[in-house]
Design a protein around this ligand. Structure first.
Ligand code: ZN
Length: 309
């Protein structure tokens, strides 16, 4: 009898020790918008990632008891929203990711965008497109990419270095143009930016000394964020790089030595056929290594190159 009780107790402990997540139903709360957020490993404060909709002043508390921020997984967290008249609760899911790949495509949309979208669909992964207005025939693909869940970021309207980097005024004139162009297509604004040539470009020196230092600060003050790459596919090194060379560059070490978070630079222009050809192998390489592919969003890893001008 004693034995049976001990065995039953052990079974009981075993079963209930696995219920380490709070057993509370999701309370649908209109003031706490987020249902699920994704954070990168070891994020200390997840509050900035929780979307809230309320006109009154508020504070947020998150009970992180069941979230292991150092370990990949999906956890539950209790969010408490305090407004002057009420306290709101909601259980949200917190996805903790470790190795993340952000595929980014500059200069599109183009003749190749549809092929890129098909490949991304095939692997059911999301990416980011930093667009221009150079190819208006394909502008509908900005909408299509957005509807498929990819992130649309702003690259430039003209892609004319001599114009955009000749003065702060010209840069922002160009940025506003692409901003309005994209807003007109999507009906929403996008805060994500990729500087032509990256923030470390030195070509801008030719047109205006110190402009990258100035712009990198000003765009953040205006509510945008810029995303450089920490790995290049090298597909812009020549008009048409060999597929094998693009793959080789894309699976190399990152510039900052941290291969847990990769922002890979690729190009989406009508002539870059080998980028499209290389894409499936690059995706498969990282899938096999356990990477999660994410589109850039407010919770993303941010990489800024060193500014040289
Ligand atoms: Zn570009």
């Amino acid at each position: 009898m004693k034995k049976i009780i001990i065995i039953l107790s052990l079974i009981f402990i075993f079963i209930f020790s696995n219920f380490n997540q709070p057993v509370i139903n999701l309370i649908d709360n209109p003031y706490i918008i987020s249902d699920k957020i994704s954070i990168i490993k070891d994020t200390k404060d997840i509050k900035p990632f929780i979307e809230v909709s309320t006109a009154s002043s508020y504070t947020i508390d998150v009970d992180m008891k069941y979230v292991q921020t150092h370990k990949k997984g999906i956890y539950n967290a209790l969010v408490t929203l305090n407004t002057p008249d009420k306290i709101h609760h909601k259980i949200i899911q917190v996805e903790v990711l470790d190795k993340i790949m952000y595929l980014t495509f500059d200069d599109g949309p183009s003749y190749n965008t549809i092929k890129i979208l098909e490949i991304l669909d095939k692997y059911d992964i999301k990416a980011t497109f930093f667009v221009t207005a150079e190819n208006k025939n394909y502008k509908y693909l900005i909408k299509e990419a957005h509807l498929k869940g990819h992130t649309i970021g702003l690259h430039t309207y003209t892609h004319d270095y001599s114009y955009i980097y000749s003065s702060k005024e010209n840069y922002f004139r160009d940025l506003n143009q692409i901003d309005e162009y994209v807003e007109d297509i999507l009906g929403i604004k996008t805060p994500y930016i990729r500087f032509p040539g990256g923030s470390s470009n030195t070509i801008s020196k030719k047109y205006s000394k110190g402009i990258m230092s100035l712009l990198s600060k000003e765009i953040q003050a205006k509510g945008y964020q810029y995303y450089d790459w920490n790995l290049s596919s090298s597909d812009a090194e020549k008009p048409l790089m060999k597929k094998e060379d693009i793959i080789k560059s894309s699976v190399s070490k990152t510039y900052n030595g941290n291969n847990d978070y990769i922002i890979l630079l690729m190009h989406d222009t009508s002539s870059k056929t080998t980028t499209v050809e290389a894409l499936p192998e690059i995706i498969e390489y990282y899938l096999n290594k356990g990477y999660t592919f994410k589109p850039i969003d407010k919770t993303s890893f941010i990489y800024h190159q060193k500014i040289h001008n």
